[in-house]
Design a protein around this ligand. Structure first.
Ligand code: PMP
Length: 397
């Protein structure tokens, strides 16, 4: 018999499963709040104007598709560093930061995980409870034992900060701690600036290895504001890994544009680490694709396109906030006995709505799809569908 004959069916991806059920639904008024994608007010994934213009510029001078360097396009990596660390960052001047173009945020996490497994094989990895559903699988598949640290408190709809800090303080030296830099997925609950200070101190005191996952820079309070936590880790000193993604902020999901950056203590150490990261890339996919990286590099380094991007990103951020506001106000009218005010405090694309699995199941009977955990994508709501969402939630409560 073939060695494949006994292979068991892998479990379905819970979120992609929702999309499958949604696609099969014939109700024209169906709404998918289970997605992890930004939709505009017409319910469409936007093609940003800055991207369209950058592509037009690139098409004027079509270039042959040679291989990129293993670490990716130089202009892209440089632009990423300036965005993630700030253009005036000492780690850029001192050449202590290295950046490798990656296949989206996922690819950046995977290169980082493989690299860490080679050089810190005995470390455990800690992720927030709950976290983006791929974090655990990704680090486990790199060979790590993955544990949780306390994060979400359903009672307050915010962060269980005492619990989180206690867990950080109990982690052994050298443990890898994955932190969401902003716009926590799936809860929408972020740390305050003050709480970040305590987290950074605990990471330092215990000699932990921080791995910041920044998939939503610009969706919280602004590009610089959301990136502030990265700069605070840099100021505190010590090694730091940062994965970032342009899937959301450039609406370039399918182009797979992200990067892994690592901050080291000297230029010489950085050169050695880069050489090893390149080995990880080389043995995985050799080098990254050209198009998405070129588009992002062109936008970030062309002043008028850069301004356009910042404006378009602000537009997405503001629309999400507006949807939060409307959801809270409309639910206060339709379901006055339950306080949804916490949705206003949440940040980014998602909200842990507090809806139970049963309530999510009843929503589905109304052709409204959400994740069983109660996670809804605020960016999937718009001026045309929000009333239906509100009425349905009021009905299932
Ligand atoms: N990290 C987090 C927290 C995310 O939410 C996502 C995307 N949903 C990613 C990483 C991966 O991003 P990408 O789609 O660019 O691979």
């Amino acid at each position: 018999a073939s060695i494949f004959g006994a292979i068991a069916m892998a479990p379905r991806d819970p979120i992609l499963g929702i999309t499958e059920a949604f696609n099969a639904d014939t109700n024209p008024a169906k709404i998918n709040l289970g997605v992890g994608v930004y939709y505009d007010d017409n319910g469409k994934v936007p093609l940003l104007e800055c991207v369209r213009k950058a592509e037009a510029m690139l098409m004027e001078q079509p270039a042959p598709r040679t291989y990129l360097p293993i670490e990716g396009l130089g202009t892209y990596d440089k632009a990423v560093q300036e965005l993630v660390f700030g253009a005036d960052s000492p780690v850029i001047q001192e050449k202590r930061a290295i950046t490798v173009q990656a296949l989206g945020g996922t690819g950046a996490l995977k290169i980082g995980a493989d690299f860490l497994k080679r050089f810190s094989p005995g470390s455990s990895v800690y992720i927030s409870d709950p976290s983006w559903e791929n974090h655990r699988a990704l680090f486990e598949s790199a060979g790590f034992t993955v544990k949780n640290y306390a994060y979400y408190d359903p009672a307050t709809h915010g962060v269980n900060f005492e619990g989180m800090l206690a867990d950080l303080r109990n982690m052994p030296e050298g443990a890898i701690v994955v932190l969401h830099a902003c716009c926590h997925n799936p809860t929408g609950a972020d740390l305050s600036a003050e709480q970040w200070g305590e987290v950074i101190a605990a990471v330092q005191q215990n000699g932990l290895i921080p791995f910041l996952d920044m998939a939503y820079q610009g969706f919280g309070s602004g590009i610089a504001e959301d990136g502030a936590v990265v700069r605070r880790f840099v100021e505190a000193g010590g090694p730091l890994l940062v994965s970032n993604s342009f899937s959301k902020s450039f609406s370039l999901y399918g182009e797979r544009v992200g990067a892994l950056s690592v901050v080291l203590s000297s230029a010489e150490e950085a050169a050695r680490v880069l050489s090893q990261l390149k080995r990880v890339v080389r043995t995985n996919y050799s080098n990254p694709p050209v198009h998405g990286g070129k588009v992002v590099a062109t936008v970030l380094s062309t002043p008028e396109l850069r301004q356009l991007w910042e404006d378009e990103l602000a537009g997405m951020r503001v629309r999400i906030k507006e949807m939060r506001e409307q959801l809270v106000t409309k639910l206060a009218e339709k379901a006055p006995r339950r306080d949804f005010g916490f949705v206003r405090q949440q940040v980014g694309m998602f909200s842990y709505s507090g809806l139970t699995k049963e309530q999510v199941g009843k929503l589905r009977e109304e052709s409204i799809y959400a994740v069983d955990t109660g996670r809804i994508c605020v960016a999937a709501m718009n001026s045309k569908n929000i009333d239906r969402v509100v009425d349905a939630i009021a009905k299932v409560l």
